[in-house]
Design a binder for this molecule. Structure first.
Ligand SMILES: Cc1cc2nc3c(=O)[nH]c(=O)nc-3n(C[C@H](O)[C@H](O)[C@H](O)COP(=O)(O)OP(=O)(O)OC[C@H]3O[C@@H](n4cnc5c(N)ncnc54)[C@H](O)[C@@H]3O)c2cc1C
Length: 422
């Protein structure tokens, strides 16, 4: 591993290997990601944020590190990380550049959901063999050429929340599918090589149904694909989440990232798949806390070595932040540890509570850090201001927005499945 720049002290792990009983694989992978994040991602993060530009240089370097293939099964040439190993690694990257970690999550999910996760789902043997053959085509482009996938699902209606079928449609035509529709907030728009879209397969004589959701990889240069609109948001400015338009776009059969019906099965049976947006924000929560401690100790690079730690009010604020951070880590670690197929009702409630806690606490910790450190700490020359804005966006991520988590926890805690008031 290349050394950290002179004068930089290596950060401690978010989840210390011995304390959290990480496997040797998880310990090594997270250590590698932390070192990479501190050395490569952190110094560049301000630029992507200022320009609202996509962190393409980071992707080139992540390819060289093997990180684009983190969840591609080892026997297919990737690092073979499972759900938890991925989440822990992503949290370490999120500490140093939220926009890179969040967009990388979109890319990684195209391999995690089609890889390890599908091993827990039901398919007959010929469908599974065909699925493995197809995913291998996509994995090979990632591993050998550093191709990047994105995950544009949102459409501006209720589909991304899981309430109705996607409005983007796919019709079967000779040799493949014809796609029409529009995706908003499509991170990596204009930068991914393949857009992994969710759309509804329109079957003759049938109404649009969530059961007929298809997960298709659309090449960015396919005729009929265009990118429109601006991306000038509050935070996560480097995600470049513009609008994608699909007008009579043809994709071949092999564009199917999952066989028909499998995405619906995954969403029903492996719902922790939607927790994958949270690691970025777990990392941001840690970053806000770390900044505050360094700043109050007079050790934050780029600031004068003035100590402020002796004031009781600062100590109380740091204690509050630490309590919130420990609560967030503990709940999130439990949720990512127990993730798997067919969770119990208790596990589902915990997963939603974990998502809500990470998203809201990352923002609360960053906000408290700004108040505690004071005016000089919120200048754009320092990372806390960016962490504060980036962390605000976590609660808005569908399908598990902070609001929707509360909605579901309240309802599911009070009603058994199928129970009504009549
Ligand atoms: C930085 C960033 C990057 C993103 N990247 C991607 C991406 O790559 N791919 C992608 O698909 N999406 C992405 N999103 C989109 C995100 O998931 C939301 O779709 C997006 O914020 C737009 O949705 P909205 O808040 O306008 O949704 P609206 O549908 O207007 O919902 C507003 C709020 O109402 C609530 N709500 C929504 N539906 C329901 C319902 N049925 N019942 C009850 N309450 C409901 C939710 O709490 C929601 O936050 C990204 C968002 C951000 C902030």
């Amino acid at each position: 591993m290349d050394a950290l720049p002179a004068g930089l002290v290596a950060d401690a792990p978010i989840f210390e290997a011995r304390a959290f009983r990480l496997s040797p694989f998880e310990a090594a992978l997270t250590a590698r990601a932390r070192h990479f994040g501190q050395r490569v991602l952190a110094p560049r993060a301000a630029r992507w944020d200022r320009e609202a530009s996509f962190p393409i240089d980071n992707y080139r370097d992540m390819h060289a590190e093997g990180l684009l293939g983190i969840c591609i099964p080892a026997e297919e040439g990737g690092l073979g990380a499972d759900f938890r190993a991925y989440c822990l690694t992503a949290a370490e990257l999120g500490r140093y550049c939220g926009a890179t970690a969040l967009t990388w999550n979109m890319h990684v999910c195209s391999t995690l959901w089609t890889g390890a996760l599908t091993e827990d789902l039901e398919m007959d043997s010929s469908t599974r063999a065909e699925h493995r053959r197809r995913r291998r085509l996509h994995y090979d482009t990632i591993l050998s050429q550093g191709k990047i996938f994105s995950q544009p699902f949102s459409e501006g209606g209720a589909a991304a929340a899981g309430a109705v079928a996607f409005g983007t449609t796919a019709e079967r035509v000779e040799g493949g599918f014809r796609i029409n529709g529009r995706k908003i907030f499509a991170s990596l728009a204009g930068h991914a090589d393949t857009y992994g879209i969710l759309c509804t397969e329109m079957l003759p004589g049938e109404k649009a149904s969530r059961k007929n959701t298809l997960y298709l990889g659309v090449p960015a240069d396919a005729p009929g694909v265009s990118v429109t609109g601006e991306w000038d948001p509050l935070g996560m400015r480097g995600t470049v989440s513009r609008t994608l338009i699909f007008e009579d776009v043809f994709v071949a059969e092999d564009a199917a990232l999952m066989p028909p019906g499998l995405y619906f099965q995954a969403a029903m049976r492996w719902p922790h798949m939607f927790l994958t947006l949270s690691p970025t924000y777990m990392g941001l929560a840690q970053a806000a806390y770390d900044f505050c401690v360094r700043y109050l100790r007079g050790e934050q690079p780029g600031t004068p070595p003035v100590q402020r730690r002796m004031y009781p009010t600062k100590q109380i604020a740091v204690a509050q932040m630490r309590v919130m951070l420990e609560q967030t880590k503990a709940l999130w670690f439990q949720a990512i540890t127990e993730a798997g197929p067919d969770p119990t009702r208790e596990q589902m409630l915990r997963a939603l509570a974990a998502q809500h806690t990470v998203m809201e606490n990352a923002q609360a910790i960053a906000s408290l850090a700004i108040r505690t450190c004071g005016g000089q700490a919120m200048l754009k020359s320092l990372p806390l201001e960016r962490i504060f804005r980036d962390s605000r966006c976590g609660a808005l991520m569908l399908p598990w927005t902070a609001e929707l988590c509360i909605d579901r926890i309240g309802r599911d805690a009070l009603y058994e499945k199928g129970e009504t008031d009549q």
